[in-house]
Design a protein around this ligand. Structure first.
Ligand code: UD1
Length: 421
């Protein structure tokens, strides 16, 4: 029997919520542990399914992995298997992030290709062409991506688009290459900075983290390290939008507010009062009095508005006063989620990669289906602003990204329960 969420709309979210480590950082950092023999320790790991899946995937390559609370200890052997095509790898959407480390360390890799994704096609051409520039040959065979190199050498690489995944894989291969690699038009996301920081602690020589030009001077060996995973800015944004939509007052802790500068600015434009906190107690507070005002959103690579936050922008627009235009520039299929929003009474139309949403005073509860992590969370936020009980199905998607989602919502005063379907 599966479970789903039942969301009774109407509550104003009030209180404090803690954000854990970023899903999009921890998996790459776990993969980076492959680059050094010995025990690497990661703290602030989120309690989400992808972490034990990644642990199994690393075990299948010969690592010992211990998970205890929010700590992951990964012991990497001198000799690694380069066959990342086990069952565990197949289940992991982010499996592709072991490609770069395996090529760097073993000079070869066979990595199971992740399955289709509801948010749209996920090509790997830039991962492949980047690794080829470093001296590897790559091809697709029996559902796997295969890479082989005699030795890796530094190279000048221009990315067509600042892809996070391609930047990470090229970076993790380049740190052990012979000579200097320059990655131009590199991704600038905070999770890339987090990875650069950990690699640098391991002995890598990287310049330009957080800018669009990364210069990597290859070294012969890296050593294990201890590193704290950065707070999840997408989860942080989810709570910010939830506060604004429910006309609430929420203090979010455990995330760098500057990773959310644009999100917080958009919430201010929608009428929220936003306070940011730095240092030990970093985070932010969103207070909303009255109905949000319509704001436009355009998704772009960081520091633009993250595509992962787009469903929350749509949910907010659906209940705002006025008309919003949302432009999706990264994953075309992400607008499929709008059909579920329409089921909840949203007045929305899409045309190509634009959506126009005319805000309504209140949404109307209905059964809806989550198609990916963020779309699922967006539907729960919409349910908080609907009359009656909204049933959200396929919640395993949501739980891949939000540890303790229902518990946190309830703590903030939402009337949400997990029920058997
Ligand atoms: C990561 C995040 C995902 C987020 C996305 C964009 C993880 C596990 N996932 O995914 O949550 O939505 O960044 O911020 O960290 N592209 C190509 N060729 C390539 C690679 C990418 O055309 O070789 C395109 C993609 O189709 C997409 C764009 O580049 O349109 C950005 O993708 P990318 O940044 O690579 O996303 P991921 O790293 O897969």
């Amino acid at each position: 029997m599966s479970e789903h969420f039942r969301v009774h709309g109407g509550a104003r979210l009030v209180g404090e919520v803690d954000v854990v480590g970023a899903k999009n950082s921890v998996l790459k950092l776990m993969a980076a542990a492959l680059l050094a023999e010995g025990t690497t320790t990661l703290t602030n790991c989120p309690d989400i399914l992808d972490v034990p899946l990644m642990a199994d995937a690393l075990r299948s390559l010969g690592c010992e992995v211990e998970l205890e609370g929010d700590v992951a200890r990964i012991t990497t052997p001198a000799e690694l298997s380069y066959h990342a095509d086990s069952e565990a790898m197949g289940k992991l959407r982010a499996s592709i992030c072991v490609l770069g480390p395996l090529v760097g360390r073993c000079k070869r890799a066979v990595v199971a290709l992740p399955g289709g994704d509801a948010i749209g096609s996920r090509p790997l051409d830039m991962h492949q062409s980047g690794l080829e520039k470093l001296g590897a040959k790559t091809w697709i065979e029996h559902g796997c991506i295969v890479a082989e190199a005699e030795g890796l050498h530094g190279a000048q690489i221009w990315l067509d688009f600042p892809s996070m995944g391609a930047t990470e894989n090229i970076l993790m291969a380049a740190v052990l290459a012979n000579g200097t690699t320059v990655i131009d038009n590199a991704a600038r996301e905070p999770e890339i900075i987090d990875l650069c920081l950990m690699l640098t602690q391991m002995g890598a020589r990287i310049e330009g983290a957080g800018t669009s030009t990364l210069t990597v001077h290859g070294v012969t060996e890296l050593k294990p390290t201890e590193h704290r995973v950065i707070g999840d800015r997408i989860v942080g944004a989810t709570w910010g939008f939830a506060a604004a939509m429910t006309r609430g007052d929420v203090r979010v802790r455990g995330v760098n507010p500057h990773h959310l500068d644009l999100v917080l600015e958009k919430l201010r434009m929608a009428g929220a009062e936003v306070t940011v906190y730095e240092g030990e107690d970093e985070g932010f507070r969103v207070v909303m009095d009255g109905r949000p005002k319509a704001v436009d959103f355009v998704t772009l690579p960081y520091p633009g508005f993250a595509t992962d936050n787009q469903p929350f922008a749509i949910a907010l627009s659906a209940v705002s006063e006025g008309t919003s235009m949302i432009t999706e520039n990264l994953f075309e299929a992400r607008f499929r989620f709008i059909d579920e929003m329409i089921r909840l009474g949203a007045d929305a139309r899409t045309d190509g990669h634009h959506a126009v949403i005319r805000g309504v005073e209140q949404l109307s509860s209905a059964p809806v289906w989550a198609s990916d992590i963020r779309a699922g969370a967006g539907l729960v936020l919409a349910g908080l602003c609907a009359d009656g009980a909204t049933e959200v199905y396929e919640i395993f998607h949501i739980e891949r990204g939000y540890p303790g989602f229902v518990e946190n919502l309830r703590k903030l005063g939402a009337d949400v329960e997990r029920v058997s379907s």
